[in-house]
Design a binder for this molecule. Structure first.
Ligand code: EPU
Length: 420
């Protein structure tokens, strides 16, 4: 049954919030368990819907997963893994299931993954993934909707991406750790989540150099072993709570975060007049009534993350004056704009630019979540809007935020989950 959030705006947030493990780091890490003959033991795995979907996919492939939700650990036994099909029902829930292609191809020389379609934020083709697999020696075809990849043991080569791709880089890294010879990835994505995957694979015995740079060198090995690894904290969840604290907080301590992963975002928050103090793994944020408009444009890491664009827009709705927000990564990532307008926001769209006239009071309304990060922005707006806001279709939010409403409630927000 569909669920929604009811939010009563105006409560001031105070206290501590603990950041969960990063969904977008945990997903490729889970997929990489197929590369090892006996599995992987992961810590700090967030209990969110996308993780459960990936675990389901692994189980369909014969991998046994034990998710201890209370302790956030997943014990994976991949001894019985088989190159079975990853069906439509999995892909339609989560496109990131394409991350299974690289590991399946590396371990079994074949992969059958249902071809993903577009999604709410853009067309999101996977042409760069497929072209790279082909360069590594796989043959590609589409049969009955499935993307079929087949070959012998992959052979290391040079992969030069036309543009940065996060899961594309991850897929190629996973495909090449067991390949014959050296693979060099140029124009590789440098996101902390990509680094986390590489660090874990190294611990498993892979030979990888250039982690965190845009040139990654991988020398193929023949086997990888089961290790224990802890997923990095979620930088997007961290950024979301930074905005929550700024728009409706007094003093909020965000614990278990790695602030360096958010350097650029935090510098923009400071430019907007946000008062932030970083003490080891804690970010202390003081709520702010006077904020300044600043302009941002999204870019691959270490630039401004597209996954925080919608939330930053809410911050700019509180700042008095005009700010310009440009989305460069996805062609349709402004669906929150229509919904924010229902709350009285003054935003104009010109192509991939949103012109935000902030400083007006928002008033509560019924709004609809369209994708994961858009949903978060609607909740943030509801926190400081006057009156009641209902955010419908929050299954989008449940894909990537762990116990979001509970965390906000612990800080003093009025937010409850209701059945539609
Ligand atoms: N692209 C292509 N061809 C490809 C691959 C990508 O044209 O073969 C394009 C995309 O359409 C997009 C751009 O390249 O315009 C960059 O996309 P990228 O491949 O980097 O995105 P992704 O790997 O599919 C990951 C995250 C997204 C995040 C983006 C950008 C995961 C599981 N997903 O997606 O996370 O927005 O990188 O940082 O890591 C989210 O968590 O809400 C989310 C959407």
């Amino acid at each position: 049954m569909l669920e929604r959030f009811l939010i009563q705006g105006g409560n001031r947030l105070n206290g501590r919030v603990k950041i969960s493990g990063a969904k977008n780091a945990a997903l490729p890490l889970l997929a990489s368990s197929i590369l090892s003959e006996n599995g992987l033991f992961l810590r700090n795995v967030p209990d969110v819907a996308d993780i459960r979907t990936m675990l389901k996919a692994l189980e369909l492939l014969g991998v046994r997963c034990f998710f201890d939700k209370e302790n956030h650990t997943v014990d994976i036994d991949s001894t019985g893994a088989k190159p079975r099909k990853v069906p439509y029902d999995i892909i339609r829930k989560m496109r990131a299931s394409v991350l299974l292609m690289g590991p399946l191809l590396a371990r079994f020389n074949r992969a059958y993954v249902y071809t993903p379609g577009g999604c709410a934020i853009g067309a999101r083709p996977i042409d760069m993934h497929i072209d790279s697999f082909k360069k590594l020696g796989a043959r590609y075809s589409v049969k009955e909707g499935y993307s079929v990849l087949k070959g012998q043991r992959l052979k290391g080569t040079l992969i030069h991406f036309d543009r940065k791709t996060v899961t594309g880089t991850e897929n190629v890294v996973m495909a090449s750790v067991l390949a014959d010879g050296e693979t060099v990835i140029k124009n590789a994505a440098t996101e902390p989540e990509v680094q986390d995957l590489c660090n874990c694979l190294k611990k498993m015995g892979a030979e990888i150099e250039g982690i965190g740079t845009d040139t990654i060198r991988i020398r193929g090995v023949t086997t990888l072993e089961k290790v224990e690894y802890s997923v990095i904290p979620d930088r997007i969840e961290t950024g979301t709570f930074v905005v929550a604290a700024l728009v409706s907080g007094e003093k909020v301590l965000i614990e278990g975060a790695i602030s360096e992963h958010l350097d650029f975002f935090l510098s923009k928050v400071v430019e907007a007049g946000g008062k932030i103090e970083v003490k080891r793994n804690t970010i202390v944020v003081q709520g702010q009534d006077k904020l300044l408009p600043v302009n941002i444009e999204t870019a691959p890491y270490p630039g401004f993350p597209t996954d925080l664009q919608a939330q930053f827009m809410v911050l700019m709705l509180k700042a008095k004056g005009t700010s310009y927000i440009k989305e460069n990564i996805f062609e349709n990532r402004f669906q929150h704009v229509q919904e924010l307008k229902r709350l009285g926001a003054d935003i104009k769209l010109e192509g991939n630019m949103a012109i935000v006239n902030g400083g007006n009071m928002l008033s509560g309304a019924d709004v609809m979540a369209t994708d994961l990060r858009a949903s978060a922005s609607l909740v943030l707006a509801g926190l400081f809007a006057k009156g009641e806001t209902r955010v419908h279709r929050i299954y989008h939010l449940d894909r990537g935020y762990e116990r979001f409403e509970e965390k906000l409630r612990n800080l003093g927000a009025f937010i409850v989950r209701e059945k539609e």
